[in-house]
Design a protein around this ligand. Structure first.
Ligand SMILES: [Zn+2]
Length: 168
């Protein structure tokens, strides 16, 4: 009998449920007793507030986090819609296109670099020195629209069918 892997969606829902119950426990609710589905005390708002405060304390960019969370949410939704879709090949800049304004010439993409750094100050770039992919933060150089690289791929699943402004 094969064990089915929980989907991303199910994992995220479990995390949210646990966080809401823990927040409720702070106010004296017994473990698991709070009505998290209807959230009468507004603990979802409270948790968002807590995360925003955490970001400010630790220097984490709240708006960037919201942008990335929205992008991952949309990506999960699309994958849930099309569980059998074949994975896309790695993205290339020449194929990116802003989902908002359609610009395709330039993008600000956040990359991970792993240079080899020596004690004497010498810095060598490894051959494959820069890593980026569908998960990377991406900003349109024309209209400043932000999202993940995945959202800037015209070929991503459902790109033509839904989401984004239509261009006539
Ligand atoms: Zn744009």
């Amino acid at each position: 009998m094969d064990q089915q892997q929980p989907s991303n969606c199910e994992i995220m829902l479990a995390i949210a449920h646990e966080a809401i119950q823990r927040r409720a426990a702070r106010d004296g609710y017994e473990a698991g007793a709070y009505d998290a589905e209807h959230d009468p005390e507004g603990y979802v708002t409270s948790l968002l507030n807590a995360l925003q405060r955490w970001g400010r304390r630790c220097g984490i960019d709240w708006h960037r986090e919201l942008t990335m969370a929205q992008a991952f949410f949309e990506e999960d939704e699309r994958e849930a819609d099309r569980p059998d879709a074949t994975p896309l090949p790695p993205p290339v800049v020449a194929e990116l296109r802003c989902p908002k304004c359609g610009q395709a010439d330039g993008f600000v993409i956040e990359v991970i670099e792993r240079p080899l750094m020596f004690a004497d100050g010498t810095v060598l770039q490894e051959d494959a020195g820069r890593y980026w992919g569908d998960w990377s933060y991406c900003r349109c150089n024309a209209c400043q629209h932000t999202g993940t690289v995945y959202q800037f791929r015209p070929s991503h699943p459902n790109a033509e069918q839904k989401g984004g402004p239509s261009d006539g």
